[in-house]
Design a protein around this ligand. Structure first.
Ligand SMILES: CSC[C@H]1O[C@H](OP(=O)(O)O)[C@H](O)[C@@H]1O
Length: 349
């Protein structure tokens, strides 16, 4: 199997980001040298995907201090807090962004007795740790999925929760890559995922690159395939799972889950534990990002709607916990009742 495409790399003291806006036609890596570069890359979706956003933001915190001088630890902490707050305003829904920023701030606080240059080095080490841990998390999610999936299944997925949304195997795609490593043969339906086409531009691209049997479909074809009994399971990623299991994910996920319930298709959410936000009680409290109208009225440069037309463009929707068969994490498979069982993931037992 070909090496997976890496959306982010820390190499020779520089942060390289794959510009996902250019995929699938061009594979262009750009160096991000400042915290502003990272903010813009997240906001403009040059990089996207909940776990990847968190990893990039962690490097962004390091880049913010890299060339600065500080007169005291308080001065250092004030600066780190300011830059973390700045980065937190890049996109509102993926909780991994806030999780990673909180972790970098916590690490910074612990560095009181270090010299400034050693503080900086420790922050870079923390960002690299977050990056590397994600790779292990991806693999564990895949391994847990393979306990409930079977060779030969046909799986539908939505948006991109793949290697282009994480450090390596992806979350929803992790079982697909691991199954291939085991010699299993999953077939995958990738929903194109309007308006930003993460499914067509990214998931179809990366799975095809990885030698996986993937078929691209328009979002409005999903129900028909389920009605024909051609879908054995649906697996999506998530941007934030609330304490009761309500899950925010790419717009279009909710309707997939409703149809899956109707047709008796198991609906799984692939979730690294940093995506679970126990401080958010239900899906109602999850902030849903609304993006610009151009993403709906233009097809990557070509107008497909009347000039000035009103547009509603929420980037995410919330799938009620009652529609989710199981939430598969790196720590294990969580079944309902989610308000009880999600908590157990965080008990150090
Ligand atoms: C591995 S979770 C990725 C998650 O993020 C995507 O959103 P976006 O492309 O806008 O960052 C989508 O909701 C995926 O499921």
């Amino acid at each position: 199997m070909k090496e997976m495409i890496r959306p982010i790399e820390w190499k020779e003291g520089k942060l390289y980001i794959l510009n996902q806006l250019k995929l699938p036609m061009e594979t262009e890596y750009n160096i991000k040298a400042t915290v502003e570069d990272v903010f813009n890359a997240i906001r403009d979706m040059e990089l996207r995907g909940a776990p990847l956003i968190g990893i990039a933001a962690a490097y962004g915190v390091y880049l913010s201090v890299k060339d600065e001088s500080f007169v005291s630890h308080e001065d250092f902490m004030k600066f780190v807090d300011e830059k973390a707050l700045y980065l937190s305003q890049s996109r509102p829904t993926a909780v991994n962004l806030f999780w990673a920023l909180d972790r970098m701030k916590k690490r910074a606080k612990e560095l009181e007795n270090l010299l400034i240059e050693d503080k900086k080095k420790a922050l870079l080490e923390e960002a690299i740790k977050i990056h590397k841990e994600d790779e292990a998390i991806n693999r564990s999610i895949g391994e847990n999925f393979l306990k409930i999936l079977k060779d030969g299944m046909t799986i539908m997925t939505h948006c991109n929760a793949g290697s282009l949304a994480t450090s390596r195997y992806g979350t929803a795609t992790s079982p697909m890559y691991l199954a291939r490593e085991k010699g299993w043969s999953f077939k995958v339906f990738a929903n194109e995922t309007r308006p930003y086409l993460q499914g067509a531009r990214l998931t179809a691209f990366e799975l095809h690159h990885g030698g996986i049997d993937v078929t691209l479909i328009c979002d409005n074809m999903a129900g028909s395939l389920m009605a024909q009994g051609k879908v054995d399971a649906i697996i999506t990623g998530a941007d934030r799972v609330a304490a009761n299991g309500d899950t925010a994910n790419k717009i279009g996920t909710l309707q997939l889950a409703v149809m899956a319930k109707h047709y008796g298709v198991p609906f799984y959410v692939a979730v690294p534990t940093p995506t679970i936000d126990l401080s958010t009680p239900t899906g109602i409290e999850i902030p849903i990002e609304e993006r610009g109208s151009h993403e709906v009225t233009n097809w990557f440069g070509k107008a497909t709607a009347p000039e000035g037309i009103k547009v509603y463009n929420p980037a995410f929707d919330v799938t009620a916990h009652s529609l989710i068969t199981a939430i598969v994490t790196e720590k294990g498979i969580v079944y309902p009742p989610y308000n009880e069982n999600l908590k157990k993931l965080f008990l150090n037992i």
